[in-house]
Write a protein that binds this ligand. Sequence first.
Ligand code: XMP
Length: 520
Amino acid sequence: TVLILDFGSQYSHLITRRLREINVYAEMLPCTQKIADLTWKPKAIIFSGGPYSVYAEGAPHADPAVFDLGVPILGICYGLQEIAWQRGKNVSAGDKREYGNSTLHIERHTDKAPHVDALFDGVEDDTNVWMSHGDKLSAAPPGFITIASSPNAPWAGLAHEEIPLYGIQFHPEVTHTPFGSKILENFAVKIAKCQQNWTMEEFISKEIKRIQTIVGPDSHVIGAVSGGVDSTVAAKLMHEAIGSRFHAILVDNGVMRLNECEQVLETLNKHLGINLTVVDASDEFLEKLAGVEDPEKKRKIIGNTFIHVFQREAEKLTAGHGKDIDYLLQGTLYPDVIESISFKGPSQTIKTHHNVGGLLENMRLKLIEPLRELFKDEVRKLGTLMGIPEDLVWRHPFPGPGIAIRILGEVTREQVDIARRADHIFIEEIKKAGIYREISQAFAALLPIRAVGVMGDQRKYDQIIALRAVTTTDFMTADWYDFDSKFLKHVSNRIVNEVDGVCRVLYDVSQKPPGTIEFL
Ligand code: XMP
């Protein structure tokens, strides 16, 4: 295992990802981790980048004991400066900042110990790298020699002459550094001799064993499923581990998509064999949503009602089989975990992402999160390997508050029905056109205003559907999808003809920012 000490760079988690891509297992911990408290011995250590200056008061520093472990260490950006600072304090503010693309020139030292050149093995002598730094070294620290330079950083790469200690000023973990993965592979595999045995199959069997050990032979686990890929994959893993002692609950909140509950029941229960209870609480949710237009209020009502209904069902289950349910399953992914463990400076605030906090406390449940080490695409890979249907594995994200935040006015059964049916037609046509996977998220929203239309000989005063389809990699920024006009014409015709109460269809051409993906 490679230990990544996180100094707060926005790219830190990408180091983990790049290493996993070459099948090397890595774990990230905050840079303040005390080495004496580690329960395992890393084979290599990487110091990430970070937004600070090493010489500034209050700047984060690694436990000096890392240098006593005798394992290879690679410092990236702030990490390089941290190594230089700990081993000689040769860091100062640079006169020129360097951000973005730069050219790296590699200096080879065939006369030195082989580990010196090993980091850049197979990397071109002059290559593009991605830089992002203001500080630079004023000299190489004692014992180190230059292995690479850039126009603004004479010490863009350093290696210790005797021991495998390295620093690089650029970011190998970003895709803008073409040889970045090669450099990380050289470090982890060639230099540190880490095994490349991290595979998804290995993950499945290890995780199943881990769950069985935690849960033990008698305890029961409950978890909510939504029909999305994360909760389904988590449920499938749990089912493989403990069979019918896992109880999945699907709460029908009245604002799911057309026929969604039936489909989830079909897939999870009939196809995957998961012990699933569908609870129709749609009346309860819709009653509470009556008269509410404010989006944040809708979210709160749905969140609170969900907790209430889920808890009631869980208590019924407990009473039903007379055994205690001890664990709550959550499909939390790595990006959320990173958000809560990554180093955020001296005033570290830990954000909790679990909207189930109340459940954990009220029912004295312990949390179990089998996907906490995985990125979304890894979860999809895992889902496919575990026999989850392609349709579900590649499903677009769907927000917890569902169609309620796609109805811009009051949420009533009639309004849900209109929004649902329009959405169904849009998605069906997207799938038929074979472009579902090109689009990151698509849906229909229902506007709370009316416009005039003529249908047959009759004038109508009906509602408006807005279609939204975006492409994005991280959902932080997004662009609208450029449909063929024939496609839009066809979808629009179908919606006005088939969905009563709609006389016009608009297509949203706003980018994010400023327009968020959802309308509310
Ligand atoms: P926005 O609208 O902020 O959406 O651009 C970004 C992503 O987050 C989803 N989203 C939500 N998901 N509960 C959720 O579970 C919510 O309240 C919520 N609001 C937005 C949205 O669908 C998109 O994928």
